[in-house]
Design a protein around this ligand. Structure first.
Ligand code: AMP
Length: 284
């Protein structure tokens, strides 16, 4: 069935209130649209866990820097609606920027620790924008469950922190990264890549997999693990933004992976003009 399209704050409140009155549990899946299997895996898991899923489709201007791709971010609302329907979303919230940031809007959310390094250091203001819109969405929908992808691993930790610290009461579920058959992490931004840039972009996942294998072989040293990713990036001619080994929860840098320790290896790199990110769990 086609999802109901919600455009205003009032429509969301009425829809969510109706759902709760019926005693039904709600899952929320926030997205920026141009949906792919990664997004749909979140909607399907939401359906599996509770009674109803709402997806939001909103290209959030406050999380884009002045020189980033806000104006050319890919969009396909009709296609997205069909995909939401096939994955089992009951409602789609598609506000304009003026609905989320009306004139007089002045409240922003800052998560101070896990926002610091990695993408936070390279994209000033990005996580403030993410935290602000996700806080708005969680406050509006009051979902029982909200699902996010590990593809955006630092974002997931930022959202866990704000949900906990601001008592928003959702269960935050992190879902594994969905990849193309050749290993490329699915992303709406992959649409920017030429065939050659896409081929070169495989070096991110190839490098991360090489590091996972190294750790399994007993290499625990951050320099060696990070080096495995750097090697693949440079072979493919990609420009590194960062490659870092961090504690999987606090995102603080690690010099090595201790036995039993949960670490995460994260990479950001440019294939042509397109900035791509990927990450994998190491140990734990
Ligand atoms: P976006 O539309 O890129 O803002 O992503 C919306 C949600 O989908 C976020 O929670 C992302 O982490 C998640 N997501 C994006 N790509 C993937 C993927 N390849 N696998 C799993 N989840 C993803």
């Amino acid at each position: 069935m086609a999802p109901v399209v919600l455009r205003s704050v009032e429509e969301v409140k009425a829809w969510a209130t109706g759902l709760r009155r019926e005693g039904r549990r709600l899952a929320l899946v926030p997205t920026m649209g141009y949906l792919h299997e990664g997004h749909l895996s979140l909607i399907r898991e939401g359906r599996r866990r509770v009674d109803a899923v709402a997806a939001s489709i909103f290209v959030n201007p406050t999380q884009f820097g002045p020189r980033e791709d806000l104006s050319r971010y890919p969009r396909d609302f009709e296609g997205d609606l069909a995909k939401c329907a096939s994955a089992g979303a009951e409602a789609v919230f598609a506000p304009t920027p003026e609905v989320m940031y009306p004139s007089g809007y002045q409240t922003y959310v800052e998560v101070t620790e896990v926002s610091q390094g990695l993408c936070g250091a390279r994209r000033p203001g990005h996580f403030r924008g993410v935290a602000t819109i996700v806080t708005q969405l969680l406050s509006l929908f009051r979902p029982d469950v909200a699902l996010f992808g590990e593809k955006d691993y630092q974002q997931l930790q930022v959202i866990r922190a704000l949900n906990r610290d601001l008592h928003l009461g959702a269960e935050i579920v992190g879902m594994p990264t969905i990849r193309e058959a050749d290993g490329l992490a699915m992303s709406s931004r992959n649409a920017y890549l030429s065939a050659e840039e896409r081929q070169r972009a495989l070096s991110l996942s190839r490098g991360l997999r090489a590091a996972v294998m190294l750790l399994q072989g007993g290499t625990r040293d951050a320099q060696a693990l990070v080096g495995a990713v750097r090697h693949e990036l440079s072979q493919a001619g990609l420009r590194e933004d960062y490659v870092e080994l961090v504690d999987a929860e606090r995102l603080t840098p690690l010099a090595s992976v201790a036995p039993g320790q949960a670490a995460r290896l994260l990479v950001a790199a440019f294939s042509g003009a397109t900035r791509l990110i990927d990450n994998m769990q190491l140990g734990g």
